[in-house]
Design a protein around this ligand. Structure first.
Ligand code: SAM
Length: 238
């Protein structure tokens, strides 16, 4: 993890199943302080944007040195880990990409700050630009933690058997059905009767119908993709 704020790690990654998995040796995190590669006595890592404008840009020479301390630039180091740059203009992170990352050899992640990283480093180091959503954070640290948490929970041995990831939102291409637990009655709202019927077939059918209804209403993009996979033509008017 390349960051100007190493103290931000492990942060939330030290809690719950993700923290336990680290303690059990299922994954590990190394942080590199980008500022350690600064050359002047002020430890400067940023400069004004070429062409003018607001904010500051992470300097290419310092950033590249920090990256190269972890991943060799010639690509011949035998290190196959993808080099990711967290940025709002990146490709939106999906569960499919999370699954690929979790199945891979690990990852190297650069957390931006200020206005972002000099474009030449992104190009020369072949960085994969990743966004965690259409909003702007102050830095890449929280974005990186979100991505790592999503990956680590898919590593073998991290989730208990009862917490299978297979039925969760996005795994089936649909959003999850509504969840309930006891008490049966809460503030005048009752758990749907079918869930207490003991009829597993009926429960499955109800859940499936809920998944479809919720996905159709909330995420027409996912619903269209689902219909396409089913071999139907997409329709927004259903
Ligand atoms: N100037 C950038 C822009 O307009 O796209 C925003 C820079 S933001 C203030 C500073 C850093 O936060 C970025 O370099 C990036 O590392 C991180 N960041 C902010 N929002 C993000 C998001 N949605 N996904 C991933 N990283 C994000």
């Amino acid at each position: 993890m390349l960051t100007l704020y190493p103290d931000a790690f492990p942060g939330v990654l030290d809690t719950s199943i993700i923290g336990t998995a680290a303690k059990n040796g299922l994954w590990q995190l190394e942080t590199v302080d980008i500022r350690d590669f600064a050359v002047n006595r002020h430890r400067t890592v940023d400069g004004p944007p070429a062409g003018g404008g607001a904010g500051l840009v992470l300097k290419p020479d310092i950033s590249a040195k920090a990256i190269d301390s972890v991943v060799r630039p010639d690509g011949n180091s035998g290190d196959d880990r993808p080099l990711l740059y967290m940025t709002p203009r990146g490709k939106p992170l999906t569960q499919d990409r999370v699954k690929q990352l979790a199945a891979g050899p690990g990852l190297v992640c650069f957390c931006g700050r200020f206005e972002g990283l000099d474009e030449r480093v992104i190009e020369s180091r072949g960085m994969e630009e990743v966004s965690i959503g259409d909003f702007v954070l102050a830095g890449g640290e929280v974005a990186a933690q979100a991505m790592i948490e999503a990956c680590v929970r898919l590593l073998p041995g991290v989730l208990g058997n009862s917490d299978s990831a297979a039925e969760e939102s996005f795994e089936t291409g649909l959003l999850e059905y509504p969840l309930y637990t006891k008490p049966r009655m809460f503030e005048g709202r009752e758990i749907p009767a079918v869930l207490s019927s003991g009829d597993h077939g009926a429960v499955d059918r109800w859940r499936r119908a809920q998944m479809e209804e919720i996905t159709k209403a909330r995420r027409p993009d996912l619903w269209d993709a689902h219909l396409k996979r089913q071999g139907d033509s997409p329709s927004r008017s259903e």
